[in-house]
Design a protein around this ligand. Structure first.
Ligand code: TXA
Ligand code: MG
Length: 352
């Protein structure tokens, strides 16, 4: 692969303040030339390329080292753009687009013929979302293109919540990075299949099942999210993902048991010479002895914990931790997405 000289464009998160924003114009020019450029969204940084160009889409897969059978989400800035990408719009999608776009909800539509097969990995559905981030929206509008964008990490690594994370993973492999500061939500969008008889969540994310039920009534989790033995319908969910380099174990049980188990296992691992990391909450941080103890926030503030989780997983790597014990959290609200990512990061390894 040719080594690229990755540009970095620094912009104010509130783009209205960067008058004329030449940085965004330049980044959009790159997209129009079918180069790939990373940019912030409200969830995580995305690696964008022209969704209508097989060449640009191929560059995304190559830069990430992403398996070709894992489809991409197409990002748009205006509702009308949906028509360019899909072959029909289910009624339920219309009401969801009204309520949740822009926002962290990805909807599956029957794929339009114009969309290259590489984008959807040969599937007959296409995933679409409108990100709720001024920089992302400005870039999408300026490019006048639908933009395919997976999370801007090397395949398998924790998703990037800052431009620095993108740089770590992808510098030299992509044309540029638009740096708009840290992202807000911190976990990816919810992927929802509205073509199923009961709307079905394929990947939990920024919009919670509780919020969707308020709008739609019945909403279910895909069986693969409930039973490990069922293969996922979102191809991306079958891979080990978001993984730090150290061996990560989740510890379940009631809070007291969980804390005691982590204390004991951390001590044993340190005695064996492991460099031990502990992913904690504010409530228990002071109770642990490990080489690197990181709190991602209060157990009462799952929004904050979700925003911090990927950063924490990367921090263990920076500190060259070899063995990580993680607390587990309530799967309510955004906690469901948080726990889903921790399960994937641990490759399913859990101590009950
Ligand atoms: O928040 C997000 O969604 C971020 C930002 C950048 O927008 N993007 C993101 O993309 O997380 P990615 O590629 O890392 O994850 C996309 C997920 C994968 O699990 C993929 O398999 C699934 O969406 N997906 C995409 N198209 C699909 C389709 N047609 N049917 C089922 N699942 C699909
Ligand atoms: Mg991803």
């Amino acid at each position: 692969m040719v080594k690229l000289d990755t540009k970095v464009w620094i912009v104010d998160k509130d783009v209205d303040k960067s008058i004329g924003y030449p940085q965004i114009k330049e980044a959009a020019e790159y997209l129009r030339k079918n180069e790939v450029v990373a940019f912030p969204t409200e969830t995580v940084y995305g690696l964008g390329g022209n969704a209508m160009s097989p060449l640009a889409v191929q560059k995304i897969f190559t830069a990430k080292g992403r398996p070709g059978d894992n489809p991409l989400i197409v990002h748009i800035a205006e509702r009308d753009q949906v028509r360019e990408i899909v072959s029909s719009i289910p009624d339920q999608a219309i009401s969801l687009m009204e309520e949740f776009w822009p926002g962290p909800l990805t909807l599956l539509f029957p794929k339009g013929k114009q969309v290259p097969d590489q984008v959807t990995a040969g599937l007959d559905t296409v995933a679409v979302r409108m990100p709720d981030h001024p920089v992302a929206l400005a870039l999408l509008k300026e490019s006048r293109l639908p933009i395919a964008a997976p999370s801007a990490n090397r395949s398998g690594r924790p998703s990037p919540t800052t431009a620095q994370h993108v740089w770590e993973d992808l510098h030299g492999r992509i044309a540029g990075i638009v740096d708009g500061g840290p992202t807000q939500v911190g976990v990816e969008s919810t992927v929802l299949d509205v073509s199923a008889p009961i709307p079905t969540i394929l990947r939990p994310g920024g919009i919670t099942i509780e919020e969707l039920r308020m709008r739609l009534g019945e909403v279910q989790l895909h069986m693969s999210l409930v039973d490990e033995k069922v293969p996922p319908k979102s191809p991306g969910m079958k891979y080990t993902h978001y993984a730090p380099r150290g061996e990560l174990w989740l510890v379940a049980g009631d809070e007291e048991q969980m804390v005691r188990t982590i204390q004991r296992l951390a001590k044993e691992a340190m005695e064996k010479g492991e460099k031990v990391g502990i992913l904690s909450s504010d409530e228990h941080k002071e109770m642990y002895r490990g080489d690197v103890v990181i709190s991602i926030g209060s157990r009462h503030d799952p929004t904050k914990m979700a925003a911090n989780v990927y950063q924490a997983l990367r921090e263990f790597d920076h500190q060259q931790v070899t063995y990580i014990l993680s607390e587990t959290f309530s799967p309510e609200g955004i906690g469901l997405a948080l726990m889903n990512r921790l399960h994937k990061a641990a490759g399913g390894k859990i101590i009950k």
